[in-house]
Each structure stands twice: as C-alpha cells, then as structure tokens.
Design a binder for this molecule. Structure first.
Ligand code: BT5
Length: 267
C-alpha cells in the first residue's frame, strides 16, 4: 500500500462537526464485530443519525449470511443508524441510498467513476469495489434502519484471495492518485446526509434517488443469473422496480420480479 494508513478519527469523518441528521453520536473503534451489528444493538439508545466506524471487523457481514472481509485499515467500514416511520422510503431504499452516496463520494474524492449492480454492489471496471448492507429492526420507540457501507480503499491485488481474486478490486488498484480515506469517508457521510434531507422533503416517493441509482446501474439490458427459492433463473435484466426488485425477461419465457431479500446473484 502506498497511501498512509493512520486510523480514521471522528474529525476525519465529520470535519465540520455533526451534519444535518448524521453524526450526533459517533463511535469510532479499532475493532468491532460488525459496524451494522454494533448499531443494531444500540438502536434504541444511540440516537437517530448515530455513526459507527471501524478499522477492522471480526464478523463483517454481507447479505444472506455472507461475510465481508477487509484487512485492518485498508477499507472504509461505516454504518449509520436511522430512526424511521413505518412507511418511510428509507426502509425499502437503504441499499440504493448507500450505493448512490458511495459512488458520488468516490467521484468527488478520486479519479474513479463507479457504477452499481443490483441489489447492493458498488462496481468499478467490472469488479466489486464495495457493498451496502441495509438492515432494520424494531426497538422500544419504533423502527430503525442501519445502512452499512464497505469500500475497498488501500488493498492491493494480492489481498483478494480465492473467489475474490478475479471479482474484487480497490481504489488503490484502480486509481492513478493516492487514496485519501478520510476525505472519502467524510464525503460518504455528507452525501448520505444530503440524500436523507431530500427524502424528508418527498417522504413517499424517492424518485430522484431511484433515478440516480438507475443512471449508474450496469445491469439494465445485460444477462443475469439469479438463484431464488432453490431454482436458478437466467434472462435479461429489464429494469429495477419502484420497490427495488429487478425485473427480468426470462430465457424460459415471461417476465418476473425478484426481490433482493430472497434472491442471490450468481456472478
Ligand atoms: C454486500 O453483501 O456486498 C454488503 C457488504 C456490506 C459490508 C459493510 S462493511 C460495514 C457494514 N458492517 C457490516 O458488517 N457490513 C457492512 P453481499 O452482496 O452479500 O456480498 C458478499 C460477498 O461479497 C461475499 O460473499 C464475497 O463473495 C464478496 N466479498 C467479501 N468481501 C469483499 C470485499 N472486501 N470486496 C469485494 N467483495 C467482497
């Protein structure tokens, strides 16, 4: 790694103090099991807008029980806690929100221009650069959503082993400039905060966010293979529905919606 690896601080994440909604409380740790698990465990008492970050996760998680792996100090591993009403679009759009905010922050802080892949991947040069995990829970005062973002920053090719060797990448591998994790992490929180402010203004229909996600989506018009309910489906992705399902023209005939919660992507 050619870039400095000092741990991120609260001042790195929020150089100008708390944002409009995010950052009232900030938990920055060297090691956590998972930044998502940490905030879900404090959903009632950490407060709306709480942020958790870690240099290393011992049990970083992806969707459907999968693991998220990153060497200490190499990635951005951040989660935010949002207290939401039962009809909030944040409940259905959490993964889109995290992915769009991450892409915008990367574009502002680097020379890279990432895309997104359904349902929660951040892609660069056809490899996975990052992922978003949105999870929700109920607590004494209502509902909470935790949106966690993992972004590969300083890893070099050799860090990606096994199945990740051909599939994953980092900014260090792709960018021609030094990677500034602090600027990127602060930008990510700022972009999340901006999008959350816009959701407060159009609470039921987050069309602008979906449009921003679609504009970056690398799936539409391409071949996809999906596993759902024990069956494998292949076809052409047509669009993403307003509730975040992928709509596929199946090779076997017919169109079908697949929900992220119950569908795995076969690479
Ligand atoms: C995701 O899941 O892509 C969501 C990852 C979210 C991670 C963040 S880190 C901060 C917060 N705290 C957490 O505990 N999680 C969130 P999924 O689509 O299920 O992808 C998981 C798959 O991606 C794994 O099975 C691997 O194949 C691959 N993978 C694991 N680590 C990777 C990495 N660093 N880069 C690229 N791919 C990776």
């Amino acid at each position: 790694m050619t870039s400095p690896q000092r741990p991120l601080t609260v001042d790195d994440l929020l150089p100008h103090g708390p944002l409009g909604r995010l950052g009232g409380r900030v938990f920055v740790h060297e090691t956590l099991d998972s930044t998502n698990a940490f905030l879900l465990g404090r959903a009632a008492d950490a407060g709306d807008g709480a942020v958790a970050g870690a240099e290393y996760q011992t049990a970083g998680r992806g969707r459907l029980g999968r693991r998220w792996e990153a060497p200490r100090g190499a990635a951005i591993l951040l989660s935010v806690l949002l207290h939401e009403a039962a009809d909030s679009p944040v409940l259905t759009h959490g993964a889109l929100l995290g992915a769009v905010a991450a892409c915008e922050a990367i574009e502002a802080a680097t020379d890279c221009s990432p895309g997104v892949r359904w349902p929660n991947d951040i892609m660069l040069n056809r490899r996975k650069l990052g992922g978003v995990l949105a999870e929700s829970c109920t607590h004494a005062d209502g509902r909470a959503v935790v949106i966690g973002v993992g972004l590969n920053c300083l890893q070099q090719r050799g860090h990606f082993k096994g199945e990740l060797a051909d599939k994953a990448t980092s900014l260090e591998c792709e960018s021609h400039q030094p990677v500034d994790r602090a600027a990127l992490a602060a930008g990510l929180l700022a972009r999340l905060d901006d999008w959350l402010a816009s959701s407060a203004q159009e609470p039921r229909d987050w069309a602008a966010l979906r449009a921003a996600w679609r504009a970056r989506c690398e799936d539409v018009g391409t071949r996809v293979t999906l596993e759902h309910d024990g069956h494998v489906f292949t076809g052409t992705a047509l669009d993403i529905s307003d509730t975040g399902d992928v709509i596929v023209e199946l090779d076997q005939g017919g169109r079908r919606h697949f929900a992220a919660a119950t569908t795995t992507r076969v690479w």
